[in-house]
Design a protein around this ligand. Structure first.
Ligand code: TRP
Ligand code: SF4
Length: 400
């Protein structure tokens, strides 16, 4: 019904590693060519667990943005910004907090999980409980309908959908909404208005989904309606009020899982990462010292790639030919582990070279990075302000 708008955020963790690259950034780079994309640094979200030590957040933010750019996120295609620099997120979060049942927040699975995991911190705070609501505000304020996230974040997107629905239900029916909708129908012009009414009746009386789709398409291609009227008519179709906030969907992509050096998931907390700006010598050293199949104690002992974390790297980096060479050579002791690893080292270094080159140039020109973000924040702010005007109006807080 609307053009797709993609939004995603990342907490500022400083410089990123290959896990972020293969799991998230490559996906963003692809999406930026296909959709309108907004990507932001969720620095307020970092505060939910780091409220006792917020000093590092700014530096971590800049380093992370450099890595986004280095990985190929293109500021001429996607809008890049920092959450705390678009303070409208805070206003929406506050307004939504008034209508959010505590039980909904307490039931979000990440809430208890994280509290139990991060026992060294006192996370029985207002902000931490509200984490998914702040995330909802991040999404809803841009009326983003596609949110690329990992599996673990799906409950948060589901939560945002429920919040949007509740908001629309509570505030979507402006005073005199029927009259306003009828007036908007007239603005379609006689022919389209008649068709719209027919389709609406067919949907509302017979549940005809195809009619609903056709009516939406009709609205989609209509040019002479204001945004408000258009939304009114989308809402009117389904019998509800105006759709003020859009229900988002999680955009799950089968991201290639990047293993860590020890075969577990690559993650800073496991100390098994290769960072995007890792020194090439260090990359070689880290891979050469990776654990292999313990059966290969001697060069002449055969092994099994399935029992070796290096094989996981081949699955990410090597083509069929090299993979066959590994399988055959490992099982027959025809190749040594160092030879096997060298293929991975070469591939990783080849992947990192252009990334590191770009990272260097952005590091040398911090003003370029600052300007990219300043532009992005401005664009984001314009979009956020538009939504907030509608939100305030719907709630009767316009004080015009
Ligand atoms: N919670 C997300 C994470 O930890 C980060 C995030 C904050 C986010 N706001 C968002 C992601 C909005 C998508 C949309 O990964
Ligand atoms: Fe692992 Fe390769 Fe050695 Fe086999 S040859 S054990 S796959 S490093």
């Amino acid at each position: 019904m609307y053009a797709d708008r993609v939004l995603s955020g990342m907490r500022p963790t400083g410089s990123l590693h290959l896990g972020h690259y293969h799991g998230v950034l490559k996906n963003w780079v692809r999406l930026q060519h296909e959709y309108e994309c907004l990507f932001f640094v969720a620095d307020w979200h970092a505060l939910t667990t780091q409220y006792d030590n917020p000093r590092g957040i700014e530096e971590a933010t800049w380093q992370m943005v450099i890595d986004w750019l280095a990985a190929g996120v293109d500021p001429s295609k996607a809008t890049l910004f920092i959450q705390s620099q678009v303070i409208e997120h805070a206003e929406l979060h506050l307004l939504l907090s008034m209508m959010t049942p505590l039980g909904w927040l307490e039931r979000v699975p990440t809430y208890k999980d994280q509290q139990e995991k991060l026992t060294e911190k006192d996370l029985s705070t207002y902000g931490f409980l509200g984490y998914p609501l702040l995330q909802s505000a991040d999404i809803l304020i841009y009326r983003a309908n596609q949110v690329p996230v990992g599996e673990d974040q799906v409950p948060h997107i589901e939560f945002a959908r429920e919040i949007a629905r509740r908001f629309n239900h509570l505030y979507g029916k402006e005073p005199g909404y029927e009259e306003k909708a009828e007036a908007a129908v007239k603005k379609l012009g006689a022919k389209k208005a008649k068709l719209y009414q027919e389709l609406r009746t067919r949907y509302q009386q017979g549940g005809d989904e195809a009619a609903l789709e056709s009516a939406r398409a009709l609205l989609g291609e209509t040019q002479n309606l204001s945004l408000g009227d258009k939304e009114r008519l989308y809402g009117f179709l389904e019998g509800g009020g105006k759709m003020i906030l859009t229900e988002p969907d999680a955009l799950l992509t089968v991201a290639s899982k990047m293993p860590g050096l020890d075969g577990q998931k690559m993650s800073k907390s496991y100390h098994n990462t290769i960072s995007l700006r890792e020194d090439p010598d260090q990359v070689g050293k880290k891979i050469r010292t990776m654990r292999t199949d313990p059966a290969r104690g001697l060069r002449t002992d055969p092994g099994d790639p399935e029992k070796c974390p290096v094989w996981q790297f081949h699955l990410v980096y090597s083509g069929d030919e090299v993979r066959a060479w590994v399988q055959q050579g490992c099982r027959s002791a025809g190749i040594g582990c160092l030879e096997c690893k060298q293929q991975v080292i070469d591939a990783v270094l080849q992947e990192l070279a252009p990334i590191q080159e770009r990272a260097r140039s952005y590091t040398e020109e911090p003003d370029v990075v600052k300007n990219i973000i300043a532009d992005g924040c401005e664009k984001a702010r314009d979009l956020a302000r538009e939504t907030m005007r509608d939100v305030r109006e719907a709630m009767g807080l316009n004080y015009g």
